[in-house]
Design a protein. Structure first.
Length: 248
């Protein structure tokens, strides 16, 4: 499957997950096991994408401590991935060679109920709320980037027949929005990533990563407020908005 095919699936509502077999030769991965991550937060520019888990992963050392919650982030741009800790704005970059196997998985578990290109009726949103459905959005923003996120609070205004959808108050590294930045980082630290077995070494930590806040209020009239708009008292116009509900 090409990157173009993958992106098309994601924009059309498919959920992205990973299947991994960590390399058990690394002590922290022993004994052999398999893993999966759900990646509900997706940032797509052209055919390049980053998928991020929820920021709820609690790493720990038994008998010592639990680390601050983080997320895990995977991309199709390169063989690097990272963990991201919002409370410290720190990323730890690692090589996919830490896995013996890493595959993308797609789940067609959502259906389209509203598309700004053609849908004038908002009835599907109203019915989804009445039925207690789980929503998610794919929004092509004013910068030409697709933002796919769960909906934390869907609202429907019955008399006016319009909706407002709030995404969760999460954040991700700003460099997700500029695909070339991860390649520049990989080149800058080539000595680390070109080691004979980079997957078996500790990750490369970067602190003070610039964050991008992914809270949006998206409305059926074509407007949206980002976290930054709310602080400024402004609004923007999306280029396209697709709304999905989870299949029963």
């Amino acid at each position: 499957m090409t990157d173009k095919d993958i992106v098309k699936q994601l924009i059309n509502g498919a959920s992205l997950r990973t299947f991994m077999v960590p390399d058990e030769a690394i002590p922290s991965n022993y004994p052999e096991h398999i893993e999966t991550f759900d990646l509900p937060h997706l940032i797509i520019k052209g055919e390049a994408f980053w998928g991020k888990s929820e920021s709820v992963h609690a790493g720990y050392k038994l008998g010592e401590k639990i680390y601050p919650p983080c997320s895990f982030c995977y991309t199709n741009i390169t063989d690097l991935f990272c963990s991201y800790t919002p409370s410290t704005n720190a990323c730890v970059f690692m090589d996919k060679k830490r896995y013996r196997k890493h595959n993308w998985l797609f789940k067609n578990n959502y259906r389209l109920v509203w598309d700004s290109e053609g849908d004038s009726s908002t009835g599907g949103i109203k019915r989804g709320i009445e039925d207690g459905e789980k929503f998610k959005i794919a929004m092509l923003d004013s910068e030409g980037i697709w933002n796919i996120h769960p909906v934390e609070l869907p609202m429907y205004y019955s008399q006016e027949q319009y909706f407002a959808l709030n995404s969760p108050g999460d954040q991700y590294p700003m460099f997700f929005r500029t695909p070339c930045e991860i390649l520049e980082l990989q080149e800058k630290h080539a000595a680390f990533f070109n080691k004979k077995a980079p997957g078996k070494t500790s990750g490369l930590k970067h602190s003070d990563i610039q964050a991008f806040y992914s809270f949006y209020v998206l409305k059926s009239d074509g407007s949206y407020h980002s976290t930054y708009d709310i602080a400024r008292g402004t609004s923007q116009r999306y280029k396209r908005l697709k709304v999905f509900v989870e299949r029963p």
